[in-house]
Design a protein around this ligand. Structure first.
Ligand code: CP
Ligand code: NVA
Length: 300
């Protein structure tokens, strides 16, 4: 059974093929309408979502299938039914499961079922976001490989999937993080072992210098709210403002997975400026997820 818990579960060739397919769906959204007629995606959300929820639902609709939103509070999961039993039962009704969870281990346990599982964000990884980001880089620069990407901020889920993306798609990645917020060593080492070009630094300018794209994420992720004040202090030097962005290449683009907090991790001038590609990234969630659903469900 094939899943999408991490980009590292897929080969570089298969991921590039997914981007090719996504570009096809972007050009012809209903080109494979009917390929998932009568098929259902069960979507479990332990945390809020705008993009993930809507893009997956629209992607299923464009393929002729449908998606079902499930909140743990409404499921027996919230009353102690095991994750494995939930997955096995959902597998008897639905053709795939997408889940946004607090603990990465929860998406792993969902693989106890018999249908593909897609990670719609965990504390550790956000592979669907990195897929959309790779497509955005390909569109902007002609190839996802010929890019030096700077990521500033928390070394958690989005950063980890970009690190995996550096290993699989071949773009160079410089990660600028405050001390104590570095990405997990295991993820960095595994990506380097597979050829990723990575720089990890506590100096935001070193990360941004000459980069083709500058990416940031919220300073306080969902689930980390108790640390918000401490994080607010630690991340100040990593705010992407016009002065920091000016250290990137003159034609550099600005990226953000969204939702964004203007005035915290990025200024309005940068995110709302002419070199911001954040809406393309958000749109590309839809096309890459349509490609992913088609590959996992229709092709099996
Ligand atoms: N980027 C992203 O995953 O957005 P949502 O939290 O709105 O799904
Ligand atoms: N790092 C953020 C990403 C949101 C899409 C979070 O986990 O809240």
């Amino acid at each position: 059974m094939r899943h999408m818990l991490s980009l590292m579960d897929w080969t570089a060739g298969d991921l590039r093929a997914l981007l090719d397919l996504a570009a096809g769906f972007k050009a012809d959204p209903l080109g494979r309408h009917g390929s998932l007629t009568g098929r259902t995606l069960a979507m479990i959300f332990e945390k809020p979502s705008t993009r993930t929820r809507v893009s997956f639902e629209v992607a299923m609709n464009r393929l002729g299938g449908s998606a079902m939103f499930l909140s743990p509070n409404d499921l027996q999961l919230g009353r102690g039914e095991t994750i494995a039993d939930t997955a096995r039962v959902l597998s008897r009704y639905a053709d795939a499961i997408m889940a946004r969870v607090f603990k990465h281990n929860t998406v792993e346990q969902l693989t106890a079922g018999t249908v593909p599982v897609i990670n719609g964000l965990s504390d550790k990884l956000h592979p669907c976001q990195a897929l959309a980001d790779a497509l955005t880089l390909r569109e902007r620069f002609g190839s996802e490989r010929a890019v030096e990407l700077a990521y500033l901020g928390d070394g958690n889920n989005v950063c980890h999937s970009l690190i995996n993306g550096a290993a699989r798609f071949g773009f160079g990645l410089r990660v600028g993080v405050p001390a104590g917020y570095e990405p997990e060593r295991e993820i960095v080492d595994a990506a380097r072992a597979q050829g990723a070009k990575l720089l990890i630094t506590n100096d935001p300018r070193e990360a941004v210098a000459g980069a083709n794209a500058v990416y940031t994420d919220v300073w306080t992720s969902m689930g980390d709210e108790a640390e918000a004040a401490e994080r607010q202090r630690a991340f100040q030097p990593f705010r992407v403002d016009a002065a920091l962005f000016a250290h990137a290449a003159p034609d550099a683009v600005f990226l953000h997975c969204l939702p964004a907090h203007r005035g915290d991790e990025v200024t309005a001038e940068v995110i709302d400026g002419p070199r911001s590609a954040v809406l393309d990234q958000a749109e590309n969630r839809l096309h890459t997820e349509q490609a992913l659903l088609f590959t996992l469900i229709a092709r099996g």
